[in-house]
Design a protein around this ligand. Structure first.
Ligand SMILES: Nc1nc2c(c(=O)[nH]1)N[C@H]1C(S)=C(S)[C@@H](COP(=O)(O)O)O[C@H]1N2
Ligand SMILES: [Mo]
Length: 243
């Protein structure tokens, strides 16, 4: 298997050995997937909450709150802003391809919210800026019969989904800035999704396509056992505070 979060630190790896999210169903879902299966597939330990992760991190002398980059391919695909294109297709009145410059011309929306991975780490108060998904949907005109979105990544592997209702929320962002700067390659730049109320796996990196479709197609991790509706604190058997 080629799936592996290549930059996973040894700390994160050790923590994830103890702190993966969910129960048997997902465990079975990820079994046999190689390293990513190991990392995402261990049973959740009740004794390891966020603060004990912090304590463990301190014991190991490693920084916590440090962001862990993920990829399911062998690398972090890099793309110049000048080359970037976002294709919006499917059940829309006006199929559209937007460049990076086109996105910057649209009304910006900013929000500051936590980022929570389903494996347990959380980064607080992250500033994000981009274009609201709902603004883009209004622009292209969603046709009747559409119920969901399917997202693709230019890493060639990762996919995600949202229902149309979820996508129209005011905290679903096609983001080009995070932490006060352009989104870096490792974090999924130049453009990624930030699905604020959901676990990090919904926030697809290196976003290159949004297809409006008539049914939900489970995304990469969802095919491997994670919940399709990924609400923080009320999915995947977890009880984190909401993001
Ligand atoms: N294309 C792509 N998007 C992805 C992932 C990935 O491996 N590939 N990992 C997901 C998961 S599980 C999380 S927690 C976040 C991590 O974002 P980061 O790498 O910027 O920390 O990205 C999500 N989006
Ligand atoms: Mo994650």
């Amino acid at each position: 298997m080629t799936e592996r979060p290549t930059s996973l630190t040894s700390l994160q790896y050790e923590l994830d050995q103890r702190s993966s999210p969910i129960g048997r169903r997902a465990f079975l879902g990820v079994a046999g997937l190689g390293l990513s299966g190991i990392i995402f597939g261990k049973a959740w330990s009740d004794t390891l909450d966020e603060s004990s992760i912090g304590k463990k991190a301190a014991e190991l002398g490693a920084p916590i709150g440090r962001w862990t980059y993920f990829t399911v391919t062998d690398d972090y695909p890099s793309m110049a802003k000048s080359q970037y294109q976002l294709r919006i297709s499917g059940l829309v009145d006006r199929p559209t391809t937007l460049t990076y410059a086109d996105l910057l011309k649209r009304k910006p929306t900013s929000m500051t919210k936590d980022f929570q991975c389903v494996t347990g780490w959380r980064v607080r108060n992250v500033p994000w800026t981009g274009v609201l998904l709902s603004d883009l949907l209004d622009e292209v005109g969603v046709q009747s019969g559409a119920t969901a979105l399917r997202f693709t990544s230019f890493d060639g592997e990762y996919t995600e989904s949202l229902t149309l209702e979820q996508a129209r929320r005011s905290d679903m962002l096609v983001a080009y800035s995070m932490l006060g700067a352009d989104i870096t390659t490792n974090h999924g730049g130049p453009v990624r999704l930030y699905a604020a109320p959901m676990y990090g796996y919904k926030s697809i990196k290196w976003l290159d396509g949004i297809e409006v479709v008539d049914r939900v197609t489970p995304g990469y991790w969802e095919e491997r056992g994670y919940d399709v509706d990924a609400w923080t604190g009320r999915s995947n058997g977890r009880d984190d505070e909401a993001t």
